[in-house]
Design a protein around this ligand. Structure first.
Ligand code: HEC
Ligand code: HEC
Ligand code: HEC
Ligand code: HEC
Ligand code: HEC
Length: 383
């Protein structure tokens, strides 16, 4: 089984050869051979502003990222060297062509590099894997226009670049057990944003100031699409996504009854999305008139994935490879909201305040375990 299927074309001819001996991917090569990927350093000579955004992105860091490295090492240790290709297909996709699974080439270290995305000439998402067709030619595919850059490389305009499908190549994937570990594209497709024509790029690659082509006085257009792709690691983007509101607090025999609403206001897919070790945590506290917290309760929005014997899986690598059963999924869909009831024991003669706080929590396995916790807002109300 493969998760990415790369076909390479030269001109309009597709030649099918015997699949190479990769466990996860069959590479279909053309008569003209393989594309000679060009380093992002070369692109930076003319596209410096775009390169500056990209080099700090998690796409550029998809291999060097500590969190990935720790998970990758664990995956190899526990599941054997054969899983290398599975991880590298998405985290260093040029390896699907170069077969550099021992990560010796400098190109591999560029992870999700310019020349992988901008060689994509077509995609087929219908099968079990994304089938990616890459060009071996010098032309770059992009959203702008054809032909203009005669001094550097020809350009081909492609609507794929303003389509969420190009992102689904890696942000939608069923593991060998058939669990959609990465389900972001489908969550988006089933939500309100797809219908409104708001694609992944609208939120993750917004227009920012910069020149498409830099140098030699060519800074003519002052806007570029941000290639930084801020997501779960961007505090601003996470904080804008979830909203919390204390809807009501009422006295009931023996205590207080509170209803708290959490909504997914700004995210184009479930929150949280992607890798299942991310959770949204709603913490609700009962505070007395002196400001002292007397009781607290918690509600977690998350997707829990178990192995085939119903054992919990505790790290990213294990979930990706061995997840087999989705035992819980109460995440909040895009545009949706949920109301959660809370009951507290409280004396009828005291005055209280109910305070609700929403956190985004992510507990990746690092060499030293670290927790990332981002406050998303809070609200409070008295009976
Ligand atoms: C010698 C300068 C130069 C180099 C090096 C260069 N480009 Fe370009 N590129 C241009 C120019 C000029 C344009 C046309 C800009 C326009 O249409 O306004 C362009 C356009 C593009 C476009 C837009 C195509 C479209 O029509 O949508 C993409 C994508 C692109 N380049 C990718 C790359 C990548 C990837 C690399 C590195 C492998 C690269 N370029 C290297 C000069 C360069
Ligand atoms: C070739 C595979 C691939 C493609 C194509 C791809 N991504 Fe990614 N993306 C990844 C990987 C792998 C990561 C995780 C990198 C890491 O943290 O190790 C990632 C991370 C991200 C993140 C998370 C950043 C964060 O802060 O958590 C966002 C957002 C994102 N991608 C959006 C997009 C969008 C939008 C597109 C389409 C324009 C896209 N991606 C296309 C593989 C891909
Ligand atoms: C994950 C795939 C991906 C990677 C990696 C990537 N791009 Fe892009 N690029 C896109 C998409 C998608 C667009 C179109 C965004 C839109 O129009 O909404 C784009 C647009 C462009 C454009 C057209 C101008 C613009 O701002 O829209 C240029 C030029 C370009 N990219 C160059 C580069 C260079 C240079 C790199 C590396 C430094 C790079 N890209 C890396 C996907 C990628
Ligand atoms: C309406 C805006 C919007 C759209 C459309 C959108 N996203 Fe997001 N995305 C967000 C926000 C806000 C966050 C941060 C909160 C969260 O994790 O959901 C985010 C987070 C992410 C993350 C990081 C997950 C994490 O928790 O670290 C990834 C990956 C991602 N988006 C990919 C995509 C892809 C792929 C698409 C298209 C299929 C897409 N997004 C469409 C707004 C959007
Ligand atoms: C189908 C593509 C795909 C495959 C295969 C894949 N990943 Fe990823 N990985 C992603 C994407 C996309 C993200 C971005 C975040 C998200 O969606 O949660 C990611 C994120 C991660 C993260 C979180 C990184 C961070 O900075 O938060 C880790 C760790 C990770 N992957 C490890 C692995 C390991 C180990 C393997 C192999 C067993 C693997 N991945 C296979 C696409 C893939």
């Amino acid at each position: 089984m493969r998760n990415l299927f790369v076909a390479i074309i030269a001109g309009m001819t597709i030649w099918m050869c015997a699949p190479e001996a990769r466990a996860q991917i069959d590479v279909v090569t053309s008569a003209g051979g393989k594309p000679g990927f060009i380093s992002s350093a070369n692109c930076a000579k003319c596209h410096l502003d775009i390169h500056t955004y990209w080099k700090d992105s998690l796409h550029a860091g998809a291999l060097s990222d500590n969190i990935f490295q720790a998970a990758f090492m664990l995956a190899l240790k526990e599941n054997g060297d054969g899983v290398r290709e599975i991880c590298l297909d998405c985290h260093a996709p040029t390896t699907t062509v170069t077969n550099d699974i021992m990560m010796k080439l400098p190109l591999t270290a560029e992870a999700i590099t310019c020349d992988f995305c901008h060689r994509i000439s077509s995609l087929n998402l219908e099968g079990k894997q994304a089938k990616v067709t890459l060009t071996t030619g010098a032309e770059k595919y992009g959203p702008l226009r054809a032909g203009k850059s005669a001094d550097s490389h020809p350009s081909v305009q492609s609507s794929l670049f303003i389509d969420s499908k190009i992102c689904a190549t890696c942000h939608q994937w069923n593991n060998p057990q058939g669990v959609a570990v990465f389900d972001t594209y489908r969550e988006w497709l089933n939500g309100p944003y797809a219908a409104k024509g708001v694609n992944c790029q609208s939120c993750h690659m917004p227009l920012v100031e910069g020149a498409i082509v830099t140098g030699k006085g060519r800074e003519e257009r002052q806007m570029i699409n941000s290639h930084n792709l801020s997501g779960g690691h961007s505090i601003v983007q996470v904080a804008s996504a979830g909203k919390v509101r204390v809807v009501s607090v009422s006295q009931v025999p023996g205590g207080l009854h509170a209803v708290v609403e959490v909504s997914n206001a700004g995210s184009g897919h479930m929150i949280p999305t992607g890798i299942p070790s991310r959770a949204l945590v709603l913490e609700v506290q009962l505070v007395d008139s002196k400001g002292v917290m007397v009781e607290s309760d918690e509600h977690k929005f998350e997707r829990v994935i178990l192995d085939k014997d119903h054992n919990p899986l505790t790290n990213d690598a294990d979930i990706i490879l061995n997840g087999a059963i989705v035992s819980k999924d109460n995440r909040i869909p895009p545009g949706g909201s949920v109301q959660i009831p809370f009951d507290f024991a409280a004396s009828p003669r005291q005055r209280y305040l109910v305070r609700a706080t929403l956190h985004y929590s992510y507990r990746p396995l690092l060499l030293k375990e670290e927790e990332i916790n981002i406050g998303m807002g809070s609200d409070s109300k008295s009976p």
